[in-house]
Design a protein. Structure first.
Length: 293
């Protein structure tokens, strides 16, 4: 019975996302606006979390300014959801028009040396479009993701991410995958999103948006272990549905960096990017649910 339910859910999900993805652009974003109204004013999806996060992160802004940010965030969130459906079905040509890469050629010398690299991204703009980087680089791309409970839908999403090239890797298998590609002498680009709250345990605390914040140190640990160069992925929304990606060097010599230096630099660049386009980050996440105590 569970297998039948999973299969039914898969086909319903496929049909729903396909019809959304095929809508003409004006109707597509009209649907997105309707969804934003539902999320913000009807369902009030995590409204308290969003308002609280913005209040603590931007104390210098007025109540009116933060209220505008709340609405802009929900419009962005609804765009993000529907554009992710678009990404699963749209042609490569249509998708490529939506996401431009300004300087991926800075990775070419590393590939010529047979060197893998780590690109540290974040939940900003529409990070799902980053899977299209495989179309523009020589490195084999490893897209790290968190597995879902429904295996059929996970398989569908994984296939959607891999259709532009590269390999989707569950986060618990990333170390094994890196070792495998290194043994085969295949230079890889390891794409990691590291701006969410880590599970309880021994983690680093840094100041982020005026608040003590627990942060992941996985990027730094992997970079130092394998001696991989690290780049920050600055993704910006140019206009609705269109994004631009620029890579910024954090370090090419990770083992020479001070302890926690790579992580601190990543968090600094992330805050800088968010401040430039504050509505484009995932404010609905309970980022500060844990305190240092």
């Amino acid at each position: 019975m569970k297998r039948f339910a999973d299969r039914l859910l898969y086909w319903l999900f496929y049909a729903f996302t396909w019809q959304i993805a095929m809508l003409p652009r004006p109707l597509f974003y009209f649907q997105s606006d309707v969804l934003a109204l539902l999320l913000c004013f009807v369902l009030r999806y995590r409204r308290r979390v969003v308002r609280q996060n913005l209040e603590r992160s931007f104390p210098e802004k007025s109540v009116a300014e933060r209220s505008k940010l709340v609405w802009k965030f929900y419009r962005h969130l609804s765009d993000l959801i529907l554009e992710s459906f678009f990404l699963l079905h749209a042609s490569v040509r249509r998708v490529q028009r939506r996401c431009k890469y300004t300087n991926v050629e800075i990775l070419t010398p590393h590939y010529a040396e047979g060197k893998s690299v780590i690109v540290a991204a974040a939940h900003i703009a529409n990070w799902e479009f980053l899977v299209t980087a495989s179309l523009h680089i020589s490195h084999h791309m490893l897209n790290v993701y968190k597995p879902l409970h429904n295996r059929r839908i996970e398989h569908f999403l994984t296939r959607g991410r891999e259709r532009f090239g590269g390999t989707a890797v569950p986060m618990q298998n990333i170390l094994r995958s890196i070792v495998c590609y290194e043994q085969k002498q295949i230079p890889t680009l390891i794409g990691l999103i590291s701006d969410q709250t880590p599970p309880p345990g021994k983690h680093l605390w840094l100041e982020f948006f005026h608040q003590d914040t627990m942060v992941y140190t996985g990027v730094e640990k992997l970079a130092c272990h394998f001696d991989f160069p690290v780049y920050f992925c600055r993704m910006e929304r140019v206009r609705r549905g269109h994004y631009e990606v620029t890579l910024e060097k954090i370090t090419t010599t990770p083992r020479e960096e001070p302890e926690n230096g790579i992580t601190a630099r990543y968090m600094h660049l992330l805050e800088e990017t968010i401040r430039a386009q504050p509505s484009s980050w995932l404010w609905s996440h309970k980022r500060w649910k844990r305190t240092r105590e």
